[in-house]
Design a protein around this ligand. Structure first.
Ligand SMILES: Nc1ncnc2c1ncn2[C@@H]1O[C@H](COP(=O)(O)OP(=O)(O)O)[C@@H](O)[C@H]1O
Ligand SMILES: [Mg+2]
Length: 285
C-alpha cells in the first residue's frame, strides 16, 4: 500500500460560471482522519466530489489532486471510474442511498468486490463475511443473507462502510456519515472509522458541519468557509486557539466549549478527552 495519501493543491471549482471553491490545499495521510468542517454551503461536499470525480455538469476545475503519482483532475472518466469505489471509496450521509433495497447485502458486497477484482464467488463471499466482521456487524454469516430493511440505521451505515472498504481502498471520503443517525449510535460509527483508518492505513477525509464530531477523531482539521480554507492545523491548535472569528464561533457553538477552551476538548456528547491525553508532540509550540 502506498504511504503517500492524497494532496489537494490550489483546487478551484466553478459550476456554470459560479465560483464554488477558491484555491484550497488539503493533505490526507494514510492511517489518519483529516477533518473538513464548515457551515452548510461552504463547499465541503464539492471538495469530496472533486476527489471522487463526481462533480455536477457544468463544473470546471483548476489545480491538482495528486494521488498515486497522478493528478486526478486530469483523469479521463474511465480512469476515474476505475479508481472510484476501488482505491478511493466513499460513505455518505444516507446509507440507503448506496444500497439496493431488493438485494441481500452479501450479494451487494460480493458484486461490488467482483466488479473491481477478478476474485471468484466463494472467495468473494468469504471476504464479505470478513469485512462485515471488521465493521463489527454482529453475526456476519447470517447478516450476509439479510436485506437492507432488516438493519437499523447504525448497522446499515456499517454495511455501507463495509462496501466502501471491501476493495481495500487507500482513500475514504466520509461525507456527514453520522448526521442521519440516532445520536446514541453516532459515536460508535465514528470510533469505527478511526479504528479502520489505523488498522487499514486508510486516509480518511471526514466531512462534517459539526466541529464537535471531529474534535476527538481528526488529527488535522481544516475549516472551510465560502469556498476557502480559513483555518487549518493540528486539532489541538485549531480548537484551542482559533485564529478566525468564524472558527471561534464554531468552537463556541460546541456544547462543552468552555471546559475545552480551558483545557479539555469537548468531543461528542458522550466523550470528553482532556488536553493531557493529546500527545506531547501534538501540542507543538
Ligand atoms: N449541482 C450543483 N450545481 C451548482 N451548484 C451547486 C450544486 N450543488 C451544490 N452547489 C453549490 O455549491 C456550493 C457548495 O456546496 P456543498 O459543497 O454541497 O456545500 P457543503 O457540503 O459545505 O454544505 C453551494 O453554494 C451550493 O449552492
Ligand atoms: Mg455537504
Amino acid at each position: 500500500m502506498s504511504a503517500e495519501g492524497l494532496q489537494i493543491t490550489g483546487l478551484e471549482l466553478e459550476i456554470n460560471g459560479k465560483e464554488i471553491i477558491q484555491g484550497i490545499d488539503i493533505s490526507l495521510q494514510p492511517g489518519k482522519i483529516t477533518g473538513l468542517a464548515g457551515e452548510s454551503g461552504s463547499g465541503k461536499s464539492m471538495t469530496g466530489l472533486a476527489i471522487l470525480g463526481l462533480l455536477p455538469e457544468g463544473s470546471r476545475t483548476k489545480g491538482q489532486i495528486q494521488f498515486a503519482g497522478k493528478n486526478l483532475l486530469k483523469n479521463s472518466e474511465k480512469e476515474q471510474n476505475k479508481l472510484r469505489g476501488n482505491k478511493i471509496a466513499m460513505v455518505f450521509q444516507d446509507p440507503t442511498a448506496s444500497l439496493h433495497p431488493m438485494l441481500t447485502i452479501g450479494r451487494q458486497l460480493t458484486d461490488h468486490l467482483r466488479a473491481h477484482t477478478g476474485i471468484g464467488k466463494k472467495a468473494a463471499l468469504e471476504k464479505a463475511v470478513e469485512t462485515l466482521r471488521l465493521v463489527q456487524v454482529p453475526d456476519p454469516k447470517t447478516a450476509i443473507k439479510k436485506y437492507p430493511h432488516q438493519f437499523s440505521g447504525g448497522q446499515l451505515q456499517r454495511v455501507a462502510i463495509a462496501i466502501a472498504i471491501i476493495c481495500e481502498p487507500e482513500i475514504l471520503i466520509a461525507d456527514e456519515p453520522t448526521t442521519a443517525l440516532d445520536v446514541t449510535v453516532q459515536a460508535g460509527v465514528l470510533r469505527l472509522l478511526k479504528q479502520l483508518a489505523e488498522k487499514l492505513s486508510l486516509a480518511v477525509l471526514l466531512v462534517t458541519h459539526d466541529l464537535g464530531v471531529m474534535s476527538s477523531l481528526a488529527e488535522t482539521i481544516y475549516v472551510m468557509r465560502q469556498g476557502q480554507i480559513v483555518e487549518s492545523g493540528p486539532r489541538y491548535e485549531v480548537l484551542r486557539r482559533p485564529q478566525h472569528a468564524y472558527t471561534r464561533a464554531l468552537v463556541e457553538a460546541l456544547p462543552n466549549h468552555e471546559p475545552f477552551l480551558a483545557g479539555a476538548v469537548a468531543a461528542t456528547a458522550t466523550e470528553v478527552i482532556t488536553v493531557k491525553q493529546l500527545s506531547a508532540g501534538e501540542r507543538g509550540n
